[in-house]
Design a binder for this molecule. Structure first.
Ligand code: NAP
Length: 524
Protein backbone atom coordinates (compact mmCIF):
# COMPACT_ATOMS: atom_id res chain seq x y z
CA UNK A 1 0.00 0.00 0.00
CA UNK A 2 1.11 3.58 -0.46
CA UNK A 3 0.95 5.35 2.82
CA UNK A 4 0.38 9.07 2.52
CA UNK A 5 3.08 11.09 4.22
CA UNK A 6 1.53 12.08 7.50
CA UNK A 7 3.93 13.97 9.71
CA UNK A 8 5.01 11.75 12.53
CA UNK A 9 6.32 14.44 14.80
CA UNK A 10 5.64 14.41 18.53
CA UNK A 11 5.06 17.82 19.94
CA UNK A 12 8.30 19.31 21.14
CA UNK A 13 8.04 18.43 24.82
CA UNK A 14 7.62 14.73 24.03
CA UNK A 15 10.66 14.38 21.89
CA UNK A 16 13.12 13.65 24.70
CA UNK A 17 10.75 11.33 26.57
CA UNK A 18 10.74 7.63 26.13
CA UNK A 19 7.37 6.20 27.05
CA UNK A 20 7.34 3.26 29.41
CA UNK A 21 6.25 0.00 27.80
CA UNK A 22 3.23 -0.53 30.02
CA UNK A 23 0.34 1.88 30.37
CA UNK A 24 -2.08 1.00 33.16
CA UNK A 25 -5.73 1.72 32.45
CA UNK A 26 -7.45 3.24 35.49
CA UNK A 27 -11.22 3.14 35.77
CA UNK A 28 -13.86 4.04 38.32
CA UNK A 29 -17.34 5.43 38.33
CA UNK A 30 -16.41 7.95 41.04
CA UNK A 31 -13.95 10.78 40.30
CA UNK A 32 -12.33 10.77 43.76
CA UNK A 33 -11.93 6.98 43.71
CA UNK A 34 -10.43 7.19 40.19
CA UNK A 35 -7.76 9.64 41.24
CA UNK A 36 -7.12 7.83 44.54
CA UNK A 37 -6.53 4.66 42.53
CA UNK A 38 -4.13 6.48 40.24
CA UNK A 39 -2.28 7.90 43.22
CA UNK A 40 -1.84 4.43 44.69
CA UNK A 41 -0.49 3.17 41.37
CA UNK A 42 2.11 5.79 40.56
CA UNK A 43 4.82 4.44 42.81
CA UNK A 44 5.18 1.42 40.54
CA UNK A 45 3.59 2.72 37.34
CA UNK A 46 4.58 6.00 35.77
CA UNK A 47 2.30 5.68 32.76
CA UNK A 48 -1.46 5.74 33.27
CA UNK A 49 -4.58 5.98 31.18
CA UNK A 50 -7.54 7.76 32.75
CA UNK A 51 -10.69 6.17 31.36
CA UNK A 52 -12.86 9.22 31.82
CA UNK A 53 -15.74 7.53 29.99
CA UNK A 54 -16.32 5.25 33.01
CA UNK A 55 -17.41 8.35 35.00
CA UNK A 56 -21.01 9.55 34.69
CA UNK A 57 -19.64 13.16 34.67
CA UNK A 58 -16.03 13.03 33.44
CA UNK A 59 -15.40 16.77 33.86
CA UNK A 60 -15.66 16.40 37.66
CA UNK A 61 -12.42 14.41 37.73
CA UNK A 62 -10.33 16.99 35.88
CA UNK A 63 -9.43 19.35 38.78
CA UNK A 64 -8.33 16.31 40.80
CA UNK A 65 -6.29 14.95 37.87
CA UNK A 66 -4.71 18.39 37.47
CA UNK A 67 -3.57 18.36 41.10
CA UNK A 68 -2.22 14.81 40.80
CA UNK A 69 -0.27 15.65 37.67
CA UNK A 70 1.16 18.85 39.19
CA UNK A 71 2.41 16.97 42.25
CA UNK A 72 3.81 14.12 40.15
CA UNK A 73 5.62 15.59 37.18
CA UNK A 74 7.26 12.25 36.39
CA UNK A 75 3.89 10.64 35.58
CA UNK A 76 2.70 10.35 31.98
CA UNK A 77 -1.06 10.15 31.46
CA UNK A 78 -3.42 9.46 28.60
CA UNK A 79 -6.94 10.89 28.79
CA UNK A 80 -9.54 8.69 27.10
CA UNK A 81 -13.24 9.40 26.92
CA UNK A 82 -14.34 6.76 24.48
CA UNK A 83 -17.80 7.17 23.03
CA UNK A 84 -20.31 4.34 23.37
CA UNK A 85 -20.55 4.10 19.58
CA UNK A 86 -16.83 3.24 19.49
CA UNK A 87 -16.98 0.66 22.26
CA UNK A 88 -16.55 3.00 25.25
CA UNK A 89 -19.02 4.20 27.86
CA UNK A 90 -19.32 7.92 27.12
CA UNK A 91 -22.92 8.78 26.21
CA UNK A 92 -22.32 12.47 25.43
CA UNK A 93 -21.99 14.21 22.06
CA UNK A 94 -18.90 14.41 19.91
CA UNK A 95 -18.54 18.10 20.81
CA UNK A 96 -18.52 17.32 24.53
CA UNK A 97 -16.01 14.49 23.98
CA UNK A 98 -13.63 16.92 22.27
CA UNK A 99 -14.25 19.49 25.00
CA UNK A 100 -13.43 17.00 27.78
CA UNK A 101 -10.28 15.82 26.03
CA UNK A 102 -9.14 19.42 25.50
CA UNK A 103 -9.70 20.16 29.20
CA UNK A 104 -7.91 16.94 30.20
CA UNK A 105 -4.90 18.08 28.18
CA UNK A 106 -5.02 21.46 29.90
CA UNK A 107 -5.17 19.57 33.23
CA UNK A 108 -1.81 17.96 32.55
CA UNK A 109 -2.58 14.78 30.58
CA UNK A 110 0.26 14.71 28.08
CA UNK A 111 -1.61 12.41 25.68
CA UNK A 112 -5.23 12.20 24.59
CA UNK A 113 -6.92 9.32 22.81
CA UNK A 114 -9.46 10.00 20.10
CA UNK A 115 -11.18 7.31 18.07
CA UNK A 116 -10.93 7.34 14.30
CA UNK A 117 -14.75 7.46 14.17
CA UNK A 118 -14.80 10.69 16.22
CA UNK A 119 -11.91 12.20 14.28
CA UNK A 120 -13.63 11.44 10.95
CA UNK A 121 -16.74 13.28 12.10
CA UNK A 122 -14.83 16.33 13.38
CA UNK A 123 -13.35 19.23 11.47
CA UNK A 124 -9.58 18.80 11.00
CA UNK A 125 -8.85 21.99 12.93
CA UNK A 126 -10.86 20.67 15.93
CA UNK A 127 -8.67 17.57 16.03
CA UNK A 128 -5.48 19.53 15.54
CA UNK A 129 -6.47 21.90 18.34
CA UNK A 130 -6.18 18.90 20.69
CA UNK A 131 -2.59 18.54 19.62
CA UNK A 132 -1.65 22.01 20.74
CA UNK A 133 -1.58 20.89 24.38
CA UNK A 134 -0.95 17.17 24.13
CA UNK A 135 0.11 14.34 21.90
CA UNK A 136 -2.72 12.72 20.02
CA UNK A 137 -3.32 8.98 19.94
CA UNK A 138 -5.68 8.21 17.11
CA UNK A 139 -7.31 4.89 17.92
CA UNK A 140 -9.33 2.23 16.19
CA UNK A 141 -10.90 -0.82 17.85
CA UNK A 142 -12.29 -3.87 16.09
CA UNK A 143 -14.31 -5.95 18.52
CA UNK A 144 -14.84 -8.82 16.08
CA UNK A 145 -11.55 -9.68 14.44
CA UNK A 146 -8.06 -8.66 13.35
CA UNK A 147 -8.58 -7.64 9.76
CA UNK A 148 -7.72 -4.92 7.25
CA UNK A 149 -4.95 -3.49 9.41
CA UNK A 150 -3.16 -1.83 6.50
CA UNK A 151 -6.24 -0.17 5.03
CA UNK A 152 -7.28 1.00 8.52
CA UNK A 153 -3.87 2.56 9.03
CA UNK A 154 -4.11 4.20 5.63
CA UNK A 155 -7.43 5.76 6.63
CA UNK A 156 -5.99 6.87 9.95
CA UNK A 157 -2.96 8.53 8.37
CA UNK A 158 -5.17 11.16 6.74
CA UNK A 159 -5.48 12.60 10.27
CA UNK A 160 -2.08 13.74 11.54
CA UNK A 161 -1.49 12.21 14.97
CA UNK A 162 1.43 11.34 17.20
CA UNK A 163 0.47 7.69 17.72
CA UNK A 164 -1.77 5.37 15.76
CA UNK A 165 -3.36 2.74 17.94
CA UNK A 166 -4.98 -0.23 16.21
CA UNK A 167 -6.68 -2.82 18.38
CA UNK A 168 -8.10 -6.01 16.94
CA UNK A 169 -9.73 -9.03 18.53
CA UNK A 170 -7.97 -12.37 18.33
CA UNK A 171 -10.32 -15.20 17.40
CA UNK A 172 -7.37 -17.42 16.51
CA UNK A 173 -3.76 -17.56 17.62
CA UNK A 174 -2.79 -16.60 14.11
CA UNK A 175 -4.47 -13.19 14.53
CA UNK A 176 -1.54 -12.31 16.81
CA UNK A 177 0.85 -13.18 14.01
CA UNK A 178 -1.12 -10.91 11.65
CA UNK A 179 -0.83 -8.07 14.17
CA UNK A 180 2.88 -8.66 14.72
CA UNK A 181 3.68 -8.77 11.02
CA UNK A 182 1.81 -5.50 10.61
CA UNK A 183 3.76 -3.90 13.49
CA UNK A 184 7.05 -5.17 12.10
CA UNK A 185 6.28 -3.75 8.66
CA UNK A 186 5.04 -0.29 9.65
CA UNK A 187 6.47 0.27 13.14
CA UNK A 188 9.60 1.94 11.74
CA UNK A 189 7.64 4.47 9.75
CA UNK A 190 4.89 5.39 12.21
CA UNK A 191 4.52 5.36 15.98
CA UNK A 192 2.14 2.45 16.37
CA UNK A 193 0.39 0.77 19.23
CA UNK A 194 -0.97 -2.62 18.22
CA UNK A 195 -2.78 -5.18 20.37
CA UNK A 196 -5.23 -8.03 19.93
CA UNK A 197 -7.98 -8.20 22.54
CA UNK A 198 -9.46 -11.45 23.79
CA UNK A 199 -8.04 -14.39 25.69
CA UNK A 200 -6.36 -15.66 22.54
CA UNK A 201 -4.71 -12.26 22.08
CA UNK A 202 -2.72 -12.27 25.30
CA UNK A 203 0.49 -13.04 23.44
CA UNK A 204 0.11 -9.85 21.39
CA UNK A 205 0.35 -7.82 24.59
CA UNK A 206 3.88 -9.14 25.12
CA UNK A 207 5.20 -9.86 21.70
CA UNK A 208 3.58 -6.73 20.23
CA UNK A 209 6.15 -4.50 21.92
CA UNK A 210 8.87 -6.71 20.52
CA UNK A 211 7.39 -6.38 17.04
CA UNK A 212 7.17 -2.59 17.18
CA UNK A 213 4.26 -1.46 19.34
CA UNK A 214 5.50 1.62 21.23
CA UNK A 215 3.72 0.46 24.38
CA UNK A 216 0.92 -1.82 25.53
CA UNK A 217 -1.96 -1.60 27.98
CA UNK A 218 -2.46 -3.43 31.26
CA UNK A 219 -5.14 -3.52 33.91
CA UNK A 220 -4.82 -2.57 37.56
CA UNK A 221 -6.23 -5.91 38.77
CA UNK A 222 -7.86 -9.01 37.26
CA UNK A 223 -11.28 -7.51 38.09
CA UNK A 224 -10.64 -4.14 36.45
CA UNK A 225 -9.93 -4.97 32.84
CA UNK A 226 -10.84 -2.32 30.26
CA UNK A 227 -10.47 -4.79 27.41
CA UNK A 228 -10.96 -8.55 27.25
CA UNK A 229 -7.72 -10.48 27.65
CA UNK A 230 -5.95 -7.58 29.35
CA UNK A 231 -3.22 -8.74 31.72
CA UNK A 232 -2.39 -6.94 34.96
CA UNK A 233 0.59 -4.58 34.99
CA UNK A 234 2.09 -6.60 37.82
CA UNK A 235 1.89 -9.80 35.76
CA UNK A 236 3.37 -8.14 32.68
CA UNK A 237 6.31 -6.88 34.69
CA UNK A 238 7.07 -9.56 37.21
CA UNK A 239 5.84 -12.76 35.57
CA UNK A 240 6.60 -11.91 31.95
CA UNK A 241 9.39 -9.33 32.47
CA UNK A 242 8.04 -7.18 29.65
CA UNK A 243 10.64 -4.47 30.21
CA UNK A 244 13.37 -6.94 29.21
CA UNK A 245 11.69 -8.49 26.17
CA UNK A 246 13.84 -7.76 23.11
CA UNK A 247 14.61 -9.21 19.69
CA UNK A 248 16.82 -11.90 21.23
CA UNK A 249 14.17 -13.06 23.73
CA UNK A 250 13.30 -16.70 23.17
CA UNK A 251 9.61 -17.50 23.14
CA UNK A 252 8.17 -20.54 24.90
CA UNK A 253 4.58 -21.42 25.64
CA UNK A 254 1.95 -23.85 26.78
CA UNK A 255 -0.47 -24.81 24.03
CA UNK A 256 -3.85 -26.36 24.64
CA UNK A 257 -7.55 -25.74 24.98
CA UNK A 258 -8.26 -24.47 27.58
CA UNK A 259 -5.07 -22.92 29.00
CA UNK A 260 -6.39 -19.86 30.83
CA UNK A 261 -5.91 -21.44 34.25
CA UNK A 262 -2.62 -23.13 33.51
CA UNK A 263 0.05 -22.75 36.17
CA UNK A 264 2.77 -23.28 33.58
CA UNK A 265 3.42 -19.56 32.83
CA UNK A 266 3.95 -18.85 36.54
CA UNK A 267 6.36 -21.75 37.06
CA UNK A 268 8.27 -21.47 33.78
CA UNK A 269 8.74 -17.71 33.83
CA UNK A 270 10.00 -18.00 37.40
CA UNK A 271 12.54 -20.61 36.27
CA UNK A 272 13.65 -18.53 33.27
CA UNK A 273 14.11 -15.49 35.51
CA UNK A 274 15.96 -17.45 38.18
CA UNK A 275 18.39 -18.95 35.65
CA UNK A 276 18.86 -15.68 33.76
CA UNK A 277 17.54 -17.06 30.50
CA UNK A 278 16.41 -14.34 28.08
CA UNK A 279 13.08 -16.00 27.43
CA UNK A 280 9.38 -15.53 27.95
CA UNK A 281 6.78 -18.24 28.42
CA UNK A 282 3.21 -17.59 27.27
CA UNK A 283 -0.20 -19.26 27.34
CA UNK A 284 -1.25 -20.15 23.80
CA UNK A 285 -4.96 -20.84 23.65
CA UNK A 286 -5.20 -22.97 20.51
CA UNK A 287 -8.74 -23.92 19.55
CA UNK A 288 -7.40 -26.09 16.74
CA UNK A 289 -4.10 -27.84 16.14
CA UNK A 290 -3.98 -26.28 12.67
CA UNK A 291 -4.05 -22.79 14.18
CA UNK A 292 -1.31 -23.73 16.64
CA UNK A 293 0.94 -25.15 13.92
CA UNK A 294 0.44 -22.09 11.68
CA UNK A 295 1.35 -19.83 14.60
CA UNK A 296 4.41 -21.92 15.50
CA UNK A 297 5.63 -21.68 11.91
CA UNK A 298 5.52 -17.88 11.93
CA UNK A 299 6.49 -16.93 15.48
CA UNK A 300 9.97 -18.19 16.25
CA UNK A 301 8.79 -20.32 19.16
CA UNK A 302 11.68 -22.15 20.78
CA UNK A 303 9.77 -24.59 22.95
CA UNK A 304 6.23 -25.70 23.66
CA UNK A 305 4.51 -27.51 26.47
CA UNK A 306 1.66 -29.46 24.91
CA UNK A 307 -1.38 -30.08 27.00
CA UNK A 308 -4.92 -31.38 26.53
CA UNK A 309 -6.27 -32.12 23.96
CA UNK A 310 -3.21 -32.17 21.64
CA UNK A 311 -0.71 -34.49 23.35
CA UNK A 312 -1.40 -37.37 20.96
CA UNK A 313 -2.53 -35.49 17.85
CA UNK A 314 0.63 -33.36 17.63
CA UNK A 315 2.89 -36.40 17.16
CA UNK A 316 2.36 -36.77 13.42
CA UNK A 317 3.23 -33.10 12.83
CA UNK A 318 6.66 -33.35 14.43
CA UNK A 319 9.87 -34.00 12.53
CA UNK A 320 11.08 -36.50 15.09
CA UNK A 321 10.38 -37.93 18.55
CA UNK A 322 12.55 -40.03 20.84
CA UNK A 323 11.70 -43.74 21.13
CA UNK A 324 10.29 -43.37 24.64
CA UNK A 325 7.77 -40.76 23.45
CA UNK A 326 6.84 -42.90 20.45
CA UNK A 327 6.15 -45.86 22.77
CA UNK A 328 3.94 -43.77 25.05
CA UNK A 329 2.17 -42.28 22.04
CA UNK A 330 1.86 -38.84 23.66
CA UNK A 331 4.10 -35.79 23.58
CA UNK A 332 4.04 -32.97 26.13
CA UNK A 333 7.23 -31.17 25.07
CA UNK A 334 8.27 -29.73 21.72
CA UNK A 335 11.59 -28.10 20.98
CA UNK A 336 12.51 -26.25 17.83
CA UNK A 337 16.07 -27.18 16.94
CA UNK A 338 18.57 -24.92 15.19
CA UNK A 339 17.58 -26.45 11.88
CA UNK A 340 14.01 -25.23 12.61
CA UNK A 341 12.76 -28.81 12.89
CA UNK A 342 10.31 -29.69 15.64
CA UNK A 343 11.29 -32.50 18.03
CA UNK A 344 8.93 -34.12 20.53
CA UNK A 345 9.56 -35.51 24.02
CA UNK A 346 7.50 -36.78 26.92
CA UNK A 347 8.54 -35.39 30.28
CA UNK A 348 5.54 -36.73 32.23
CA UNK A 349 7.72 -39.79 32.88
CA UNK A 350 10.32 -37.61 34.61
CA UNK A 351 7.44 -36.06 36.56
CA UNK A 352 6.56 -39.47 37.98
CA UNK A 353 9.97 -41.11 38.27
CA UNK A 354 11.91 -38.23 39.85
CA UNK A 355 9.70 -37.70 42.92
CA UNK A 356 9.70 -41.50 43.47
CA UNK A 357 13.47 -41.81 43.08
CA UNK A 358 13.89 -39.10 45.71
CA UNK A 359 12.16 -41.50 48.14
CA UNK A 360 12.68 -45.14 47.11
CA UNK A 361 14.68 -47.46 44.88
CA UNK A 362 12.47 -48.22 41.92
CA UNK A 363 14.15 -51.45 40.90
CA UNK A 364 11.97 -54.39 42.05
CA UNK A 365 9.49 -52.09 43.80
CA UNK A 366 5.85 -53.07 43.44
CA UNK A 367 3.71 -50.32 41.95
CA UNK A 368 0.01 -50.11 41.10
CA UNK A 369 -1.01 -47.61 38.42
CA UNK A 370 -4.68 -46.61 38.29
CA UNK A 371 -5.70 -45.64 34.73
CA UNK A 372 -4.44 -46.48 31.27
CA UNK A 373 -4.57 -43.09 29.54
CA UNK A 374 -1.68 -40.86 28.47
CA UNK A 375 -0.34 -40.12 31.96
CA UNK A 376 -0.65 -43.77 33.01
CA UNK A 377 1.26 -44.85 29.91
CA UNK A 378 4.07 -42.38 30.75
CA UNK A 379 4.17 -43.84 34.27
CA UNK A 380 4.06 -47.51 33.27
CA UNK A 381 6.77 -47.32 30.58
CA UNK A 382 9.01 -45.12 32.76
CA UNK A 383 8.69 -47.39 35.80
CA UNK A 384 9.22 -50.58 33.81
CA UNK A 385 12.37 -49.09 32.27
CA UNK A 386 13.67 -48.62 35.82
CA UNK A 387 12.98 -52.22 36.78
CA UNK A 388 9.79 -51.81 38.80
CA UNK A 389 7.13 -54.50 38.99
CA UNK A 390 4.10 -52.65 37.59
CA UNK A 391 0.39 -53.49 37.94
CA UNK A 392 -2.36 -51.72 36.00
CA UNK A 393 -5.96 -51.23 37.03
CA UNK A 394 -8.31 -49.39 34.71
CA UNK A 395 -12.06 -48.80 34.47
CA UNK A 396 -12.12 -50.29 30.97
CA UNK A 397 -10.29 -53.55 30.34
CA UNK A 398 -9.17 -52.93 26.72
CA UNK A 399 -6.70 -50.05 27.20
CA UNK A 400 -5.27 -51.70 30.34
CA UNK A 401 -4.61 -54.98 28.52
CA UNK A 402 -3.05 -53.20 25.58
CA UNK A 403 -0.74 -51.20 27.83
CA UNK A 404 0.15 -54.23 29.96
CA UNK A 405 1.03 -56.14 26.82
CA UNK A 406 3.12 -53.32 25.30
CA UNK A 407 5.01 -52.54 28.49
CA UNK A 408 5.17 -56.12 29.84
CA UNK A 409 3.29 -55.05 32.94
CA UNK A 410 0.62 -56.96 34.87
CA UNK A 411 -3.09 -56.47 35.21
CA UNK A 412 -4.51 -56.05 38.71
CA UNK A 413 -8.05 -57.14 39.49
CA UNK A 414 -10.08 -54.79 41.65
CA UNK A 415 -11.41 -57.75 43.67
CA UNK A 416 -7.84 -58.66 44.71
CA UNK A 417 -6.84 -55.24 45.98
CA UNK A 418 -7.85 -55.85 49.59
CA UNK A 419 -5.26 -58.64 49.76
CA UNK A 420 -2.48 -56.97 47.78
CA UNK A 421 0.15 -54.62 49.17
CA UNK A 422 2.25 -52.20 47.13
CA UNK A 423 5.21 -49.92 47.62
CA UNK A 424 3.41 -47.24 45.65
CA UNK A 425 -0.09 -46.64 44.31
CA UNK A 426 -0.30 -43.99 41.60
CA UNK A 427 -3.57 -42.40 40.61
CA UNK A 428 -3.47 -41.55 36.89
CA UNK A 429 -7.23 -41.02 36.53
CA UNK A 430 -9.07 -37.72 36.92
CA UNK A 431 -11.25 -39.17 39.71
CA UNK A 432 -11.13 -36.71 42.63
CA UNK A 433 -10.18 -33.71 40.51
CA UNK A 434 -11.93 -30.51 41.54
CA UNK A 435 -13.72 -32.11 44.46
CA UNK A 436 -12.87 -34.03 47.57
CA UNK A 437 -15.72 -36.51 47.64
CA UNK A 438 -14.75 -39.05 44.97
CA UNK A 439 -11.99 -41.60 45.22
CA UNK A 440 -10.95 -44.26 42.69
CA UNK A 441 -10.32 -46.72 45.58
CA UNK A 442 -12.06 -47.58 48.82
CA UNK A 443 -10.22 -47.33 52.12
CA UNK A 444 -9.60 -51.07 52.47
CA UNK A 445 -8.13 -51.24 48.95
CA UNK A 446 -5.28 -48.86 49.81
CA UNK A 447 -2.44 -51.00 51.14
CA UNK A 448 0.69 -49.11 50.26
CA UNK A 449 3.74 -47.28 51.64
CA UNK A 450 3.33 -44.32 49.26
CA UNK A 451 0.29 -42.88 47.57
CA UNK A 452 1.08 -40.65 44.58
CA UNK A 453 -1.92 -38.77 43.21
CA UNK A 454 -1.30 -37.00 39.88
CA UNK A 455 -4.17 -34.62 40.64
CA UNK A 456 -3.01 -31.35 42.18
CA UNK A 457 -6.28 -29.46 42.40
CA UNK A 458 -7.40 -29.96 45.15
CA UNK A 459 -3.98 -30.35 46.81
CA UNK A 460 -5.39 -33.18 48.94
CA UNK A 461 -7.86 -35.48 47.21
CA UNK A 462 -10.20 -37.91 48.93
CA UNK A 463 -7.87 -40.74 47.89
CA UNK A 464 -4.94 -38.99 49.59
CA UNK A 465 -6.96 -38.41 52.74
CA UNK A 466 -7.95 -42.09 52.91
CA UNK A 467 -4.35 -43.16 52.27
CA UNK A 468 -3.03 -40.83 54.95
CA UNK A 469 -5.49 -42.33 57.42
CA UNK A 470 -4.18 -45.77 56.47
CA UNK A 471 -0.64 -44.62 57.33
CA UNK A 472 0.67 -44.13 53.78
CA UNK A 473 3.08 -41.34 52.91
CA UNK A 474 1.69 -38.96 50.32
CA UNK A 475 3.27 -37.64 47.13
CA UNK A 476 1.17 -34.75 45.88
CA UNK A 477 0.43 -34.20 42.18
CA UNK A 478 2.15 -30.85 42.31
CA UNK A 479 5.49 -32.68 42.49
CA UNK A 480 4.74 -34.35 39.18
CA UNK A 481 3.78 -31.00 37.70
CA UNK A 482 7.02 -29.42 38.89
CA UNK A 483 9.29 -32.26 37.75
CA UNK A 484 7.75 -32.60 34.29
CA UNK A 485 8.19 -28.82 33.91
CA UNK A 486 11.74 -28.99 35.26
CA UNK A 487 12.65 -31.60 32.64
CA UNK A 488 11.14 -29.41 29.91
CA UNK A 489 13.24 -26.52 31.13
CA UNK A 490 16.36 -28.68 30.91
CA UNK A 491 15.54 -29.86 27.37
CA UNK A 492 14.96 -26.28 26.19
CA UNK A 493 17.80 -24.48 27.93
CA UNK A 494 20.41 -27.17 28.64
CA UNK A 495 20.58 -25.88 32.23
CA UNK A 496 19.60 -27.73 35.41
CA UNK A 497 16.14 -26.57 36.47
CA UNK A 498 15.67 -24.74 39.78
CA UNK A 499 12.97 -27.26 40.72
CA UNK A 500 12.76 -26.34 44.40
CA UNK A 501 12.15 -22.71 43.44
CA UNK A 502 9.60 -23.86 40.90
CA UNK A 503 7.82 -25.90 43.57
CA UNK A 504 7.69 -22.87 45.85
CA UNK A 505 6.25 -20.61 43.10
CA UNK A 506 3.59 -23.07 42.06
CA UNK A 507 2.57 -23.91 45.62
CA UNK A 508 2.12 -20.20 46.27
CA UNK A 509 0.12 -19.76 43.05
CA UNK A 510 -2.18 -22.63 44.07
CA UNK A 511 -2.65 -21.16 47.54
CA UNK A 512 -3.51 -17.76 46.04
CA UNK A 513 -5.95 -19.40 43.68
CA UNK A 514 -7.62 -21.27 46.56
CA UNK A 515 -7.83 -18.04 48.59
CA UNK A 516 -9.42 -16.17 45.65
CA UNK A 517 -11.89 -19.02 45.19
CA UNK A 518 -12.76 -19.02 48.91
CA UNK A 519 -13.24 -15.23 48.89
CA UNK A 520 -15.58 -15.50 45.88
CA UNK A 521 -17.56 -18.29 47.56
CA UNK A 522 -17.84 -16.23 50.74
CA UNK A 523 -19.26 -13.29 48.72
CA UNK A 524 -22.04 -15.47 47.23
P1 NAP B 1 -6.60 -39.58 29.82
O1 NAP B 1 -5.63 -39.92 28.77
O2 NAP B 1 -7.92 -39.02 29.45
O3 NAP B 1 -6.87 -40.91 30.69
C1 NAP B 1 -7.79 -40.94 31.73
C2 NAP B 1 -7.76 -42.29 32.41
O4 NAP B 1 -8.59 -42.19 33.56
C3 NAP B 1 -8.30 -43.41 31.56
O5 NAP B 1 -7.61 -44.59 31.86
C4 NAP B 1 -9.75 -43.51 32.01
O6 NAP B 1 -10.27 -44.82 31.94
C5 NAP B 1 -9.64 -43.15 33.47
N1 NAP B 1 -10.89 -42.55 33.95
C6 NAP B 1 -11.46 -41.43 33.50
N2 NAP B 1 -12.59 -41.17 34.19
C7 NAP B 1 -12.72 -42.18 35.08
C8 NAP B 1 -13.70 -42.49 36.06
N3 NAP B 1 -14.74 -41.69 36.27
N4 NAP B 1 -13.52 -43.59 36.81
C9 NAP B 1 -12.47 -44.41 36.61
N5 NAP B 1 -11.52 -44.18 35.68
C10 NAP B 1 -11.64 -43.06 34.94
O7 NAP B 1 -5.98 -38.54 30.87
P2 NAP B 1 -4.43 -38.36 31.26
O8 NAP B 1 -3.83 -37.33 30.41
O9 NAP B 1 -3.80 -39.70 31.35
O10 NAP B 1 -4.55 -37.71 32.72
C11 NAP B 1 -4.99 -38.48 33.83
C12 NAP B 1 -4.89 -37.64 35.10
O11 NAP B 1 -3.54 -37.29 35.38
C13 NAP B 1 -5.66 -36.34 35.04
O12 NAP B 1 -6.30 -36.12 36.25
C14 NAP B 1 -4.59 -35.31 34.82
O13 NAP B 1 -4.95 -34.04 35.34
C15 NAP B 1 -3.44 -35.91 35.61
N6 NAP B 1 -2.14 -35.41 35.14
C16 NAP B 1 -1.39 -34.71 36.02
C17 NAP B 1 -0.17 -34.23 35.64
C18 NAP B 1 0.66 -33.45 36.62
O14 NAP B 1 1.59 -32.76 36.20
N7 NAP B 1 0.41 -33.56 37.91
C19 NAP B 1 0.32 -34.47 34.34
C20 NAP B 1 -0.48 -35.21 33.45
C21 NAP B 1 -1.70 -35.68 33.86
P3 NAP B 1 -11.03 -45.42 30.63
O15 NAP B 1 -9.97 -46.06 29.80
O16 NAP B 1 -12.00 -46.37 31.21
O17 NAP B 1 -11.68 -44.24 29.95
Amino acid sequence: MTMSAAPNNYIARFRPLRLPRVCVAVTDTDPTALVDKAEALIRDNTFLEFRLDYLPRPALALPKIKRLMEYNPHVMAIATCRRAASGGRFQGSLASQLDILGKAAASGCQLVDLELQSASKSRPEQVQRLRSHSALILSYHDFRGTKNLESTLEKMLTTPADFYKIVGTATTLYDNVTMMKFLEKYGDRHSLVGICMGEQGIISRLLGVRAGSVFTFASVSPDEKTAPGQVTAQELRSTYRIEQVDAATRVYGVAGDPVAHSLSPAIMNAALRRENVNGVYLALHAKTLKDLLACVRDIPIHGLSITMPYKEAILKHLDNTDSHTTKIGACNTVVRAQDSKLYGFNTDTAGIVRPLEQRITLEKSKILVLGAGGAARAAVFGLKERGAEVYILNRTAGPAQKLAHQARARIAKRADLKKLTFDVIINATPVGMGNTRESPLNENEINTRYLFDMIYDPPETRLMKLARERGAELIPGIEMFVHQAARQFEIWTGKPAPWDDMLRVVTLALQERAARHAAKEAKK
